[in-house]
Design a protein around this ligand. Structure first.
Ligand code: ADP
Ligand code: MG
Length: 424
């Protein structure tokens, strides 16, 4: 059988209206269509959904897509339904469905209408569903946001741990793992837990050449430093991350008093206020959002021009995800982090009453953050190395786009700055 003949461009045009694949999509889709376990690592916005949606639409049977958030599943189902005459082409199976709705989902699957079935991992553990799905034609399993499997990731979900067992009960079909998390530890964990050692692996580069990285010592004057930075960028959109809700409120006020259009965002605000502040940011009624990490999932504003970390985050993974919200449109994106060793100690203290294993893990992640903040080599090179990627700091895309390579410190100067950092 000559598999090379399978036409992918016709279906791409027919279902999605696109003329070209993005990045590694074509190779990924081919791997899946040919029936292989496939592991896809692409940064956010890389186009991972299409990698499994297109094969699912092309193949016999139903693809089961595991996804951690109901909101994400709903978005995808709506999008897929928008490109098909039959609403049954995609369904979500979750606890909110009533008996009639469940019956409809089941009959659409049995009748071969449903190409994509989105499920939360906890729904998939129900015997009732497992027994039903076992009898159906399943094309493959796609595990989206597969890093949720790993405690080393930034979004661990214990339910993801059982997926392999459930998949085996349902049927022996290919598994597709997809994630935007590139750390080798997380990748190993995913491959091990899903038992996909023989998977074809596709890893896109995590380099974001248009982002500029800078780390500054954090002093008592950090608020004035931030104000000065923003005033040089009048009218531009930016996000400032703080560790605590209190600091978010405080800094947002300081900025307002200083004539900067800024609003707070954190989980302590009621849902309505949060939604309002987020919308105002998206609609450009406000320039700056001061936020805790609660701000981010699903925010897709293409022209965020700077991301400031008032407090250093607890892992480089988080730092990469958070700074990744800058310059989505490939325009300017300035990533400025304020660093004091004192903040690392604070983060260590937060972990003090957690189980030992968790503390050790947290400590190891923090050491990488310290390494990044204190390094005198290219920050981009350091970050990409953390993700297992080699970067040529002289000729690579985005070389010289960080403080260290733009203004190299002399050896002694570099040492002194570390000493000062330790003192603040
Ligand atoms: P990820 O899950 O990797 O973060 P998504 O699957 O949400 O990324 O896709 C990001 C965006 O890229 C979407 O708006 C999608 O429509 C677009 N996209 C995906 N594939 C293509 C393509 N081949 N051509 C043009 N746009 C694409
Ligand atoms: Mg995605």
């Amino acid at each position: 059988m000559n598999q090379d003949k399978i036409d992918l461009y016709g279906p791409l045009k027919k279902y999605f209206g696109f003329n070209k694949f993005k990045g590694l999509q074509e190779d990924v889709v081919r791997s899946i269509v040919e029936g292989n376990d496939t592991f896809v690592i692409m940064p956010t916005g890389g186009g991972k959904s299409l990698c499994y949606q297109l094969p699912a639409l092309m193949q016999e049977g139903t693809a089961i897509v595991v996804s951690p958030l109901i909101a994400l599943m709903k978005n995808q189902v709506d999008a897929i339904r928008g490109i098909s005459e039959n609403q049954g082409v995609a369904h979500v199976l979750n606890s909110s469905l009533n008996k009639t709705e469940i019956a409809k989902v089941k009959s659409d699957i049995s009748n071969g209408i449903t190409k994509l079935l989105y499920v939360a991992p906890e729904s998939l553990t129900k015997d009732e569903y497992v027994d039903f799905l076992k009898e159906q034609t399943i094309s493959f399993f796609a595990i989206d946001e597969a890093h949720c499997i790993s405690e080393w990731g930034h979004d661990f979900r214990p339910e993801y741990r059982n997926l392999r067992k459930i998949i085996q009960r349902i049927g022996n079909v290919p598994i597709i793992g997809l994630t935007a998390t590139a750390t080798p530890k997380v990748q190993e964990d995913i491959i091990k837990t899903l038992a996909m050692n023989n998977a074809n692996t596709f890893q896109a580069s995590f380099n974001r050449p248009n982002l500029f990285y800078e780390v500054r010592p954090k002093t008592k004057n950090v608020a004035s430093d931030i104000i000065r930075f923003i005033k040089q960028r009048q009218g531009k959109s930016g996000v400032i991350y703080c560790l605590s809700r209190k600091k978010v409120e405080e800094l947002a006020q300081t900025l307002q008093v200083n004539g900067i259009s800024a609003l707070p965002y954190h989980a302590g605000l009621d849902g309505k206020t949060r939604a309002k502040h987020q919308d105002m940011f998206l609609m450009e009624d406000v320039d700056v959002i001061v936020a805790t990490i609660a701000f981010g999932m699903g925010i897709d504003k293409p022209d965020v021009r700077f991301v400031i970390h008032h407090d250093i985050p607890k892992s480089l993974e988080s730092y990469y995800q958070e700074t990744g919200r800058a310059g989505r449109d490939d325009g300017e994106g300035y990533c400025l982090a304020f660093y004091a060793y004192k903040d690392i100690e604070k983060l260590e203290k937060f972990m003090a009453n957690k189980p030992i294993a968790e503390q050790e893990l947290g400590h190891a992640l923090l050491q990488e953050v310290v390494g990044y903040a204190e390094t005198s080599i290219s920050r981009r090179q350091y970050l990409l190395h953390y993700f297992g990627e080699e970067f040529d700091a002289v000729n690579g895309l985005g070389a010289k786009m960080d403080d260290n390579t733009k203004n190299p410190k002399k050896q002694t100067e570099a040492k002194e700055s570390v000493v000062t950092l330790l003192k603040v």
